[in-house]
Design a protein around this ligand. Structure first.
Ligand code: SF4
Ligand code: SF4
Length: 109
């Protein structure tokens, strides 16, 4: 029996494909994250923008409050860790999901 809010396998599209083009914004891919989230230590960031370019869910956006830095969007971050792997300065680290409130936007000042 399917849990509330989940679809049974019979209702999923073939191959779990996404049949409606342009619908990515409707999916809360942040729900897929489990136990940890990426946190940017700005004191180590060189503003190269690789996290912005490499994130498959476009979770990083230029920070209008701090030129050259990036903010992070927990709604879409699925926790794949690509940003952590690609950051040339190891400025992005895992933090325990329980700490998200403490760290706010998950970008240090
Ligand atoms: S990839 Fe790392 S160094 Fe580059 S902008 Fe992102 S956090 Fe900063
Ligand atoms: S963990 Fe993955 S989805 Fe989340 S911000 Fe980094 S690259 Fe994007």
């Amino acid at each position: 029996m399917a849990k509330e809010g989940l679809h049974s396998w019979e209702k999923l599209p073939l191959g779990c494909s996404v049949p409606e083009a342009g619908s990515a914004a409707a999916y809360n891919t942040g729900d897929w994250r489990s136990g940890r989230f990426p946190f940017t230590q700005r004191e180590s960031c060189i503003k190269c923008g690789l996290c912005y370019i490499m994130c498959p869910d476009i979770c990083y956006h230029p920070d209008p409050q701090a030129e050259g830095y990036y903010t992070w969007d927990s709604f879409y971050c699925k926790g794949c860790g690509i940003c952590i792997h690609e950051c040339p300065k190891k400025a992005i680290v895992w933090k325990d999901e329980k700490e998200e409130e403490e760290y706010g936007s998950a970008c240090g000042d």
